[in-house]
Design a binder for this molecule. Structure first.
Ligand code: LLP
Length: 384
């Protein structure tokens, strides 16, 4: 048996997910860029680039991952509230398709660097639409109080100076309001705001030829087996129905979690069972260093014993990791078949924001991943 813990990726499910996504945007001008921050594992990136998606990157490092995995540079968008000069230069030198800008000063810096590199930067303005994504406060980005997007004040300042920024070509707008959104009315509200803001852009800046509505579609963490593929149909339908801009204008999406979350799980084994008067702890060999979401957002992930026999008696456990933090807990009072040292536990929906957020806190080494496909040989890969 493979040494635990490790990330296990089901590439067949990833392919099914990608096929479903593509079916739902057929015959539209919709383009999906995979948000690399969700998972930059090499096997995963290769599958996604082969499927024809673009990439959404938030650092020079992510742009490198994307280029190495075969995404073409004009299909890459570069976002982020704090791009460094070196990252901007790298993006311009590699002809990255679009830069999403979030402050006036950033646009001025890009203009300067583009002058030095002899290029013209094609940019979209990220606006903050002040739409409540009805999700966890730590993964909300589209409210006025969040740090993301040009403020109204800076947008008005930009209008006064944009014609002097000769190395900048402003072609459109970008939005991203948050993550793990399951209420489609939120996307309808986003469309309503976009429908108001596009005419304002066209009056003050020029023709809009690019619109990017971000990502955010949620997945079912509670029943991943029942709902392995997210509801792409309703998601894209909301934009098809509610956006009033010309159907000739391409609409770009930046989906991360919905593409990869359900194809991954974290496999770990029970190191110790510890009993007290009031509860049982199952101490695993994986911790918040391999899956940070429960510690950071109180996120729920389904925890199961691998190859459990249904007739086994069950008990309640607090499922904890080995890290020296009380928040290193994957779930409290979890009902599981009786566990013993060496049992393998699988934690579901770890394809997104698990491996990519892993840490080496407590001197932990990066763990391996195994990507499985019924059509290909099983392949082991270390972290990229
Ligand atoms: N575009 C932008 C500008 C973003 O900031 C994000 C995610 C995405 C696209 C992709 O969003 P998705 O489709 O994956 O929801 N670590 C958190 C999630 C943070 C999301 C950050 N931004 C978690 O584990 O829940």
């Amino acid at each position: 048996m493979k040494q635990t813990p490790y990330y296990f990726y089901d590439l067949d499910l990833l392919d099914d997910t990608l096929n479903c996504l593509k079916t739902n945007i057929k015959a539209t001008k919709f383009h999906v860029h995979y948000a690399i921050k969700a998972n930059h594992n090499k096997e995963i990136l290769k599958h996604i680039s082969k499927a024809g998606l673009g990439a959404d990157c938030v650092s020079g490092g992510e742009i490198k991952y994307a280029l190495d995995a075969g995404f073409s540079s004009d299909e890459i968008v570069f976002a982020g509230v704090g791009k460094t000069d070196a990252e901007i230069r790298f993006a311009l030198e590699n002809n990255i398709g679009m830069i999403h800008c979030e402050s006036l000063q950033e646009i001025e810096v890009i203009n300067e660097i583009a002058k030095e590199t002899g290029s013209v930067a094609t940019i979209a303005l990220r606006l903050n639409p002040n739409v409540n994504p009805l999700t966890h406060e730590k993964i909300s980005t589209g409210l006025k109080e969040n740090k993301f997007g040009l403020t109204a004040l800076e947008f008005n300042e930009l209008l006064k100076v944009h014609q002097e920024l000769k190395q900048i070509n402003i072609v459109g707008l970008h939005f991203h309001i948050g993550s793990q959104i399951s209420d489609m009315s939120v996307f309808v509200e986003l469309c309503d705001r976009i429908n108001e803001l596009v005419p304002a852009f066209e009056q003050s800046i020029g023709e809009l030829t690019y619109l990017n509505v971000g990502g955010g579609l949620g997945v079912d963490y509670y029943e991943p087996e029942l709902n392995p593929i997210p509801d792409f149909k309703s998601y894209f339908e909301a934009f098809k129905t509610c956006l009033t801009i010309s159907e000739e204008i391409p609409v770009h999406f930046e989906l991360g979690r919905s593409v990869v979350a359900q194809c991954g799980s974290l496999r770990t084994q029970v190191l110790y069972i510890k009993k007290s008067e009031t509860k049982n702890f199952a101490v695993l060999d994986a911790g918040m260093t391999e899956l940070l979401r429960p510690a950071l957002y109180n996120a729920y992930h389904k925890i199961q014993k691998l190859e459990a026999v249904t007739s086994e008696p069950s008990l309640h456990y607090d499922i904890v990791g080995p890290i020296c933090e009380s928040s290193d807990c994957f779930g409290k009072d979890i009902h599981l078949p009786e566990l013993k040292r060496g049992d393998i536990i699988t934690i579901s929906s770890c394809g997104a924001y698990a491996e990519s957020m892993s840490l080496n806190y407590n001197g932990r080494e990066k763990v391996q991943s195994i990507a499985h496909s019924s059509k290909e040989l099983i392949s082991d890969s270390t972290l990229v």
